[in-house]
Ligand binder design. Structure first.
Ligand SMILES: *Cc1c(COP(=O)(O)O)cnc(C)c1O
Length: 468
């Protein structure tokens, strides 16, 4: 009896949750010991764009969970779709020459909402798995075409493509490569299109061409006949909402076309409306051969990922490929697919992507622009409903703080304390709120961001950190 009571949220205090958490639960991307000492924040419920923690605090979730809750929390349509599908058929696989109605219907709907070169999809359970599929698929493609030596995939420093062996290898996070002997062979990286850090002295457009040029240099260094694909996020998300110059992607496309290199767009964050377009490649004007998706496809209500496969690749794999020896137990999971269908229909019915494009994105951009006057702010960038605020030590020169001061974490601490979830990537403060946020709620978010920047400025002044 006691054990049953103890398993409900109402019967445990925050301290009890934290003690059990510290005793048994190893969190992702976490210093286990320091979190165990500090105690986790326990989130117990959510509605619309707000979370509630186990102490009853209301928090504005400006990160959409982890870039995924695009239609907001508590949507009946998604909950009902899951319940109905669980009742009818909670699971069946697609290995045994079988399929389920939700998986078929979702494949069909995805080929409608994605760019015209996409008529086929391969499902996975997450974005990382989707990128594992990308690695297997591009190498298989070149193998079938009789060019098995085309194996190298070029990615970028500070990219995030997930945390499996292939995902972390494609990613360009040095901290991840340092643990576990990564990257795996056949993956190499070029510098990122981060104007603020690498482009000073050049206009953004000049820098965009220069940054894309690093790809051509790398292709020639590796040997064009050995390069299978280039992969990139249209806007780098986890790397700090780094919006590339407008010249970057068209030039990347031109270079890849020149050498026959496949283009892979990792749309795990940018897909399903985040940029004000259905997919980030449409925002930046390029035509990928493969597109990884996850997160926003189900608004995070249930895990689902996959890869859209362009006709250039699909035709070869279908007509000449024979069996593709790859797949996951949960590829095309019927409940996940049913939730994705409901989610995409909400996006369509409510015109959410158009609203981000026409109204909310431009409004947030305008509001973010006013932050550039703040003494701590060196640069602001937005794209659709993603935004970044770069904190600097010296506004005039754009000099950044020494990383040991961890000013971003100080600011994030103030956000936590003031009912705002905003993430720190180094000293870049980032947001990606649910796409159903209203203008009034953007105002509320901006007021909280300003308050947290002011509190951080007070700390920095008091500590003497602003003296260069
Ligand atoms: C989150 C993310 C991934 C990994 O997705 P998971 O579902 O966590 O495996 C891959 N690519 C990008 C761009 C992401 O943001």
């Amino acid at each position: 009896m006691n054990a049953i009571l103890k398993s409900t949220t109402a019967t445990r205090s925050t301290q009890e949750w934290q003690a059990a958490d510290a005793a048994h639960y190893l969190h992702p991307f976490t210093d286990f010991k320091s979190l165990a000492n500090k105690g986790s924040r326990v989130i117990v419920s959510a509605d619309n764009i707000y979370l509630r923690d186990s102490d009853g605090h209301k928090i504005l979730d400006a990160m959409s969970g982890l870039w995924c809750v695009n239609v907001g929390y508590g949507r009946k349509e998604l909950i009902e779709a899951a319940t109905k599908q669980m009742t009818e058929l909670p699971f069946y696989n697609s290995f045994f020459q079988t399929a389920t109605p939700p998986a078929i219907e979702l494949a069909e709907l995805l080929s409608e909402v994605t760019p015209p070169q996409f008529k086929h999809v391969f499902f996975s359970g997450s974005g990382s798995e989707g990128n594992d599929t990308v690695v297997r698929m591009v190498r298989r493609y070149w193998d079938v075409l009789g060019q098995p030596e085309r194996t190298v995939i070029i990615s970028r420093n500070n990219a995030y493509h997930g945390s499996t062996m292939a995902g972390a290898s494609l990613g360009g996070m040095s901290g991840m490569h340092a643990q576990g002997g990564l990257p795996i062979p056949g993956i190499t990286h070029i510098e990122q299109p981060f104007w603020f850090e690498l482009g000073q002295g050049l206009s953004r457009d000049e820098f965009g061409l220069k940054a894309a040029g690093w790809l051509e240099t790398k292709i020639l260094e590796v040997g064009a006949d050995k390069v299978a694909a280039f992969i990139g996020e249209p806007v780098q998300g986890a790397g700090g909402v780094i919006v590339p110059p407008e010249t970057y992607w068209p030039e990347i496309q031109r270079i890849c076309d020149k050498y026959g290199v496949l283009v892979v767009s990792d749309e795990v964050i940018c897909g399903f409306g985040r940029t004000g377009h259905w997919f980030g490649c449409e925002r930046f004007g390029f035509q990928p051969d493969l597109m990884t998706f996850a997160k926003g496809v189900t608004s995070g209500y249930i895990p689902l990922g996959g890869v859209m496969v362009g006709e250039r690749i699909a035709t070869v794999l279908i007509e000449q490929g024979g069996e593709f020896n790859h797949g996951y137990t949960y590829s095309g999971h019927p409940v996940a697919c049913a939730v994705a269908l409901a989610n995409i229909r909400v996006l369509q019915r409510e015109g959410i992507v158009e609203r981000v494009h026409d109204d909310l994105g431009p409004y947030m951009a305008q509001q973010f622009a006013t932050l550039s006057e703040h003494p701590l702010v060196g640069e602001v960038q937005t794209c659709g409903l993603m935004g970044a605020v770069q904190l600097v030590q010296d506004k005039a020169s754009g000099k950044t703080f020494p990383s040991a001061l961890d000013v971003g974490m100080v600011c994030r601490g103030h956000c936590f304390g003031n009912g705002l979830i905003m993430r720190a990537v180094g000293d870049r403060m980032i947001v990606a709120p649910p796409l159903v946020i209203t203008r009034a709620q953007i105002d509320e978010m901006m007021a909280l961001i300003r308050r947290c920047l002011d509190l951080t400025l007070t700390d920095a002044t008091r500590q003497g950190w602003l003296r260069a």
